[in-house]
Design a protein around this ligand. Structure first.
Ligand SMILES: *[C@@H]1O[C@H](CO)[C@@H](O)[C@H](O)[C@H]1NC(C)=O
Ligand SMILES: *[C@@H]1O[C@H](CO)[C@@H](O)[C@H](O)[C@H]1NC(C)=O
Ligand SMILES: *[C@@H]1O[C@H](CO)[C@@H](O)[C@H](O)[C@H]1NC(C)=O
Ligand SMILES: *[C@@H]1O[C@H](CO)[C@@H](O)[C@H](O)[C@H]1NC(C)=O
Ligand SMILES: [Zn+2]
Length: 307
């Protein structure tokens, strides 16, 4: 009879501690929540040797010929997607028919959800940095190996999770494809609120997949507690455009579980601890240069033929 009671106490204290981590911006001296530098005191894995995010030093990234283009399956299907305010960010649940493979990944992975990391009013807000530059926002698309039934199962495997990361870059024009995401965030201000997005095509939000040959790859972790070191990271070079107004709106749309405005939702960069960051087969700069040469050559040749 006492056993179930003990169990419920354990579960109660687990759910209690789960709610007790927070981002640096939420933290103040009168808060009891743990800021990122203290996460490891509640979640030991957050103090591990292969943590994310990291700063990517592009000149030190090693070329790996196995890093060819990824295959995206189902990314252009339209789906009803549910968005929920999780208290520290908002998750957009994705159907498992969205899959990725190739690109040096050890398996085929199915999608679970996507979410964003942002700053304050269009200020720096990405989790990864590129040669020290912090972009205004970062999109994470979370996938697990097809054979697993849940994120928890995948967290047990050092390559169980494949995370795709895209940086946003501020442009003069609104990105009309992003409005569906922005408006959905506006409907889930409070923790636990959820809303359905009618007709969301993830393929419309990310850059054209034929432009995604340039990326960085490294082994890391989830960037929120429990920080499981089970992630194959793919950080794309090609950015997603977004206007200043759209960025400002997004960073004012939601509240944290503590009631404060949900802003600066990114973890500081973590130590590499000897890890190597690899880069894909075709560097983005080189491929566009080759394309320009090729087009010039074709144009010259065609004109030559006319004469
Ligand atoms: C903590 O202190 C700040 C500044 O004095 C105050 O605005 C905030 O409401 C306090 N938070 C709590 C949880 O008491
Ligand atoms: C979305 O949900 C509506 C209402 O439940 C349904 O009529 C529609 O077919 C769904 N759309 C897609 C793409 O699944
Ligand atoms: C994780 O692996 C351990 C050891 O193999 C196993 O006992 C446990 O059930 C696994 N957890 C999940 C969620 O699959
Ligand atoms: C959102 O959450 C708040 C606070 O829990 C609640 O009062 C409100 O009714 C919710 N709104 C919707 C649309 O679910
Ligand atoms: Zn994330």
């Amino acid at each position: 009879m006492t056993f179930p009671l003990h169990l419920s106490v354990v579960f109660w204290s687990l759910s209690f501690t789960t709610a007790q981590w927070c981002y640096q911006g939420q933290y103040s001296c009168n808060e009891t929540c743990k800021a990122p530098s203290e996460w490891f005191t509640l979640f030991a894995k957050c103090g591990g040797e292969r943590q994310s995010p990291i700063n990517i030093v592009t000149s030190k990234a090693e070329f790996d010929p196995a890093l060819t283009a990824l295959h995206f399956h189902g990314y252009h299907e339209a789906h009803n997607v549910t968005v929920e305010n999780m208290g520290h960010s908002a998750h957009f649940a994705l159907p498992p028919s969205l899959r990725i493979s190739g690109g040096g990944l050890p398996d085929t992975y199915k999608a679970l959800q996507f979410h964003l990391h942002w700053g304050t009013d269009a200020g720096p807000g990405s989790e990864h940095t590129l040669d020290g530059e912090r972009f205004p926002m970062e999109l994470h698309i979370v996938h697990i190996k097809e054979k697993y039934g849940s994120l928890e199962e995948a967290e047990n495997d050092t390559s169980g999770i494949a995370l795709l990361a895209f940086f946003f870059e501020e442009t003069a024009e609104d990105n009309v494809h992003f409005n569906v995401v922005k408006e959905a965030l506006g409907r889930v201000r409070y923790t636990g609120n959820s809303s359905t997005v009618r007709v969301l095509r993830l393929g419309d939000i990310i850059p054209a997949t034929h432009d995604l040959h340039g990326y960085y790859r490294y082994a890391g972790s989830m960037t929120t507690p429990g920080c499981d070191q089970a992630v194959v990271w793919t950080v794309f070079h090609r950015t997603i455009p977004i206007s200043h107004n759209q960025l400002v709106t997004v960073s004012r749309e939601l509240d944290f579980w503590t009631g404060k405005p949900m802003a600066d939702i990114f973890r500081p960069v973590q130590r590499l601890n000897g890890r190597i960051v690899y880069r894909s087969a075709v560097s983005p700069v080189l491929s566009s240069t080759v394309a320009v040469w090729f087009c010039t050559f074709v144009t010259v040749a065609m004109n030559w033929n006319k004469h």
